[in-house]
Design a protein around this ligand. Structure first.
Ligand SMILES: [Zn+2]
Length: 330
């Protein structure tokens, strides 16, 4: 009698386990639709725009004024989900070259990771080696540069509060926080303590300092790049910008209080009149196909956009999406 009961319980548990795994596998492949947001996509930059920006997925943004070009992140390899979670990853030279070609880049002044996780900083040293760019970032980012064999002349460490001039651009580094995730509480900072030599496991690219990056151009434009959906209360008070490139990864899984605070700290405090969500695409898919939103297992882009639309409407802020690879006026 007891034996039969134990067997039944074991069978039921096994069935539940299989169902749970099946659910996770399905949710890891289900992408919320993007069709509803087509109309929000920014048009190509008009001729004569003082500054153009190109978006290349996640938080990679290429700024160009015709004299000086520089970019955040430069993450193009986008290794698949299975390899990222269970294998070793490293820069994919062919994917990087193809993306740089598509972006029309031959020379870059700088490549600036928003923090040191692999989906931002893994390819940055390779981009620097290909383009002559200086890798600018935290000490953790420098460790990624060392591991890739980047020469000292192409490494520049910055501290919170520093401003770097790149031609007519000035780029200011303000300490911020990562979005809290199952892998990171968003408050404690995990630094990289030794050179990262790829290929290696994804967690080797530890977070390092997370930045809010304020960009100003001599022509008058001012922009904020918030790579991760985190914030330090009050850190951006007194900074005025026109547009926020707003990292929204995991925002669809946060509660209303968190989303409200994030909007307040990044959009209301800076007086921005336009918000352009970034870091919403499934970065386990390659860049040679149209972007898809992050799978439902990890985020919910529909919820994020519904929430942002409502806040934007309330505050008279324009909510737009960046086109992939096409230059637009920021
Ligand atoms: Zn991150």
């Amino acid at each position: 009698m007891l034996l039969r009961w134990v067997r039944r319980a074991a069978l039921a548990l096994a069935v539940l386990l299989v169902l749970a795994i099946a659910f996770l596998v399905v949710q890891a492949r289900r992408h919320p639709p993007l069709d509803d947001y087509q109309a929000l996509t920014l048009p190509p930059a008009p001729a004569g725009a003082a500054v153009t920006v190109r978006f290349a997925g996640v938080a990679t943004l290429l700024f160009d004024d015709g004299e000086t070009a520089w970019m955040t992140d430069g993450f193009f390899s986008r290794p698949g989900m299975r390899q990222t979670f269970f294998g070793r990853i490293g820069p994919d030279a062919a994917a990087i070259d193809s993306a740089l070609k598509r972006l029309g880049i031959t020379r870059l002044a700088a490549v600036v990771p928003v923090h040191s996780h692999y989906d931002h900083a893994m390819d940055s040293p390779t981009v620097a080696l290909r383009t002559g760019a200086v890798l600018i970032g935290s000490n953790s980012t420098m460790q990624i540069g060392f591991g890739a064999g980047l020469p000292p002349a192409q490494l520049r460490e910055v501290q919170p509060g520093d401003t770097v001039r790149l031609g007519k651009f000035s780029v200011s580094f303000i300490a911020s926080r990562h979005s809290p995730t199952p892998w990171s509480d968003g408050v404690s900072v995990e630094n990289i303590m030794a050179p990262v030599v790829p290929p290696t496991r994804a967690p080797a690219w530890r977070e390092g300092q997370v930045w809010s990056i304020v960009v100003e151009h001599a022509s008058g434009g001012r922009w904020l790049i918030e790579g991760s959906a985190g914030f330090i209360p009050g850190a951006l008070a007194g900074r005025r910008v026109d547009t926020v490139f707003l990292g929204v990864g995991t925002l669809g899984r946060k509660d209303d209080a968190y989303r409200s605070a994030y909007w307040h700290e990044t959009v209301q405090l800076t007086g921005a009149k336009r918000v352009v969500p970034i870091h919403w695409d499934d970065f386990w898919l390659p860049l040679d196909q149209p972007l898809q939103a992050m799978p439902l297992l990890f985020d919910d882009f529909g919820t994020t956009m519904a929430d942002l639309s409502q806040r934007a409407k309330q505050d008279g802020v324009e909510l737009r999406l960046p086109p992939l690879f096409t230059p637009f006026a920021p």
